[in-house]
Design a protein around this ligand. Structure first.
Ligand code: GLA
Length: 657
């Protein structure tokens, strides 16, 4: 179990380092991410490397028994680099330049940035590839975090090359993008520009490809650095830090290149539901690389600095969120950062060693958590998850384009489904529609607007093979180029569902918050629907709920069809979270999907990892188990155990009799 955080010794005089190592040992720290923003310290000018300080701190850490996740330090080029080579600076869609003076001011496609980053990575890797302290490599940092996309001339050149690779012939691009519309036809790849500021709505297929290109361009950078590390003889695991369901990067397409997945996670302590959102990202991280434990690479020990108001964590909340990550497949709990900075933009960001010192509650909790994690049993990454929830970056990019029947936040809807299932204490994996789904009792696929033929066939085969699918409104609408298929909607999954969607019936919204709703009957109960009230053409699906009001009163809203040895449900609207809970509970009932523990309050979560039951209380209210509970909880209640506010417990596998 890794325990530690980002360590930035370059911000401190060397005498502080010995104190750092003493305190790290006291806290049970066994891994630090070193040098993430140290480019300017390592390289004072082009060709001038200073590794003396890094040699010294690595030696001290090693002597202290602390492993190092060594950064390639390429995340923020120093001012000398952009002064000498202004072409490395990125531009926004209107052509304005992002200057140095903050961080991440580089164009990922700039050949000069790539050369400089490669030289730095090479120098660091050659020097430390076989250093005994180095146990992991931290490539760059949070790719794309601030610069979601670059629209510079470098990007234009690289985008054209990417498009040539994808389409080969410009006519294939014209066909894919539908450029017959609005006189957009390209005669040559050289005419294509990134989706820069334009008078009106940009070509949606072009926007989608630009998103793909941007994600791929950053992946190229990661791959470049990883291959330099390998060429220098570094055999340690290589990773970079993800940011949950971060929109600009398709982490699914990256995961194979990471030896282990690492995530940075900053749930808002002031939001009592943020632990549920955190559960979603932890499930996503686990699902990106099944079977391989991931690492919580960064979280805040207490408050952050970048919200409008930065609430501190409640006593115990930091540990509760950490144990949640472990329960959901993490084998490491790390923080940003080790010692609180005295200056700079993040001086108010909490740290493991707070500015106020070791007499603080934060420090005590850091020491306690280090001790508790060290006592954890070694567990496989297997988490019992009978349900898959579908989340696909390409679908997100396409479904959130403008000019659609109704605007909505895809991620928010996916998270609401996750939360609705999480409230039932059922664990889900987050999967892609092209993944092997055969192991799941139920697959929930919200707003699967963009669906490739291959993914559609995969989902249909899952149902035919005995799976239970819930698909909901605005699904199976376009192909991978954001084009309608010939012959209407639901053309690929219509047979499985036993219906076709005739129109989408957008409901009025007020800004980003949906307002108008429809009522859907659900076996005596009713569910509120929003965003869509679709008109369906039924072939051989059975109606299990209809619209109770609105334009489509009396028309089917919720259907079911047996297909092969499985079953496919279709829901022609987007329920609110309570409705999502009711709908999934109805579906789970027939499939044997059960909660990890019955009758838990909603603020207590229960997850089974490698036969061990984790119970975490994410609220200020203590929780005392009462019957009827599963055997492992009974053991706890017999022992008179109350799980304190933000407390947690881990129960070993039940004894086999
Ligand atoms: C990110 C970065 C860190 C730091 C933290 C602050 O995770 O990787 O360098 O800026 O945010 O929360």
């Amino acid at each position: 179990m890794y325990y530690g955080g980002d360590y930035n010794p370059e911000q401190w005089p060397e005498p502080v380092w010995d104190d750092d190592i003493r305190l790290m040992r006291a806290a049970g720290v066994n891994l630090v991410s070193l040098g993430v923003f140290a480019w300017a310290r390592i390289q004072r000018a082009e060709g001038e490397f200073d590794f003396g300080w890094l040699d010294r701190i690595l030696a001290k850490l090693h002597a202290g028994g602390i492993g190092v996740n060594l950064a390639t330090a390429t995340a923020s080029p120093p001012p000398w680099a952009s002064r000498a080579y202004p072409e490395i600076l990125p531009k926004d869609a209107s052509g304005a330049t992002y200057w140095h003076g903050s961080r991440q001011a580089y164009a990922p496609t700039s050949p000069v940035y790539r050369r400089l980053a490669a030289e730095l990575t090479g120098a660091v890797a050659e020097r430390y590839a076989s250093h005994p302290a180095v146990v992991m490599w931290h490539v760059n940092n949070e790719y794309g975090c601030h610069l979601h996309a670059d629209y510079s001339d470098n990007a234009a050149v690289a985008f054209r090359a990417w498009l040539r690779g994808r389409y080969d012939d410009i006519e294939a691009l014209n066909e894919a993008w539908g450029t017959a519309f609005w006189s957009q036809r390209y005669g040559d790849f050289e005419e294509v520009v990134p989706p820069r500021l334009a008078p009106y709505s940009l070509n949606p297929s072009g926007l989608l490809d630009f998103k793909r290109f941007t994600s791929d361009a950053m992946l190229e950078l990661y791959r470049m650095e990883k291959s330099i590390i390998r060429a220098a003889g570094g055999t340690q695991p290589v990773t970079t830090n993800f940011m949950g369901a971060f929109e600009p990067i398709d982490y699914r397409s990256w995961a194979a290149d990471l030896d282990l997945v690492a995530d940075d996670s900053y749930p808002d302590p002031a939001d009592p539901a943020s632990f549920r959102e955190a559960a979603f990202t932890r499930d996503l991280m686990r699902s990106l690389k099944p079977g391989i434990p991931w690492v919580l690479m960064e979280q805040a020990p207490d408050a952050v600095n970048w919200r409008a108001s930065n609430a501190p964590k409640a006593p115990g909340q930091m540990a509760a969120l950490s144990v949640q990550a472990v329960a959901r497949g993490a084998d490491g709990v790390m923080f940003f950062q080790w010692r609180q900075s005295r200056s700079g933009s993040e001086k108010f960001h909490s740290a493991m060693v707070p500015h106020a010192g070791t007499g603080t509650r934060t420090w005590k909790e850091i020491v306690e958590l280090g001790r508790d994690l060290a006592a954890f049993p070694r567990l496989s990454a297997t988490v019992d998850a009978p349900v898959a929830l579908i989340y696909d970056w390409h679908n997100r990019w396409a479904v959130e384009n403008s000019d659609h029947p109704v605007r909505f936040d895809y991620l928010e809807v996916v998270r609401q489904w996750h939360a609705a299932i999480h409230r039932q204490h059922v664990t889900v994996d987050i999967r892609h529609p092209g993944d092997d789904l055969s192991g799941y009792a139920v697959v929930v696929a919200p707003q699967l607007y963009l669906l490739t033929d291959a993914s559609a066939a995969n989902v249909a085969a899952y149902v035919a093979g005995g799976g239970t699918l819930l698909l909901s409104a605005f699904s199976d609408v376009v192909d991978e180029h954001d084009r309608f298929a010939a012959g209407g909607f639901t053309t690929r999954l219509g047979t499985t569902l036993g219906l076709r969607v005739r129109d989408f019936g957008a409901l009025p919204i007020d800004g980003t918050h949906d307002t108008a709703t429809v009522t859907v009957s659900l076996e005596g109960a009713s569910v509120k629907g929003r965003l869509f009230a679709e008109e369906l053409d039924l072939a051989d699906a059975t109606v299990i709920g209809d619209f109770r009001d609105g334009r489509l009163q009396g028309r089917p809203a919720f259907t079911s069809r047996k297909s092969g040895s499985g079953r496919a449900y279709y829901l022609a609207t987007v329920p609110d979270e309570e409705g999502m809970r009711a709908v999934t509970a109805r579906i789970f009932a027939g499939t044997g999907v059960r909660p990890a523990v019955e009758h838990l309050p909603q603020h207590v979560e229960a997850v089974v990892r490698d036969g061990h039951l984790f119970v975490v209380n994410h609220s200020e209210r203590p929780f005392t188990p009462s019957s009827p509970f599963g055997r492992r909880i009974e053991a706890a209640s017999e022992a008179g155990d109350t799980i304190a506010a933000y407390g947690w417990r881990v129960f070993g596998p039940p004894a086999t009799s």
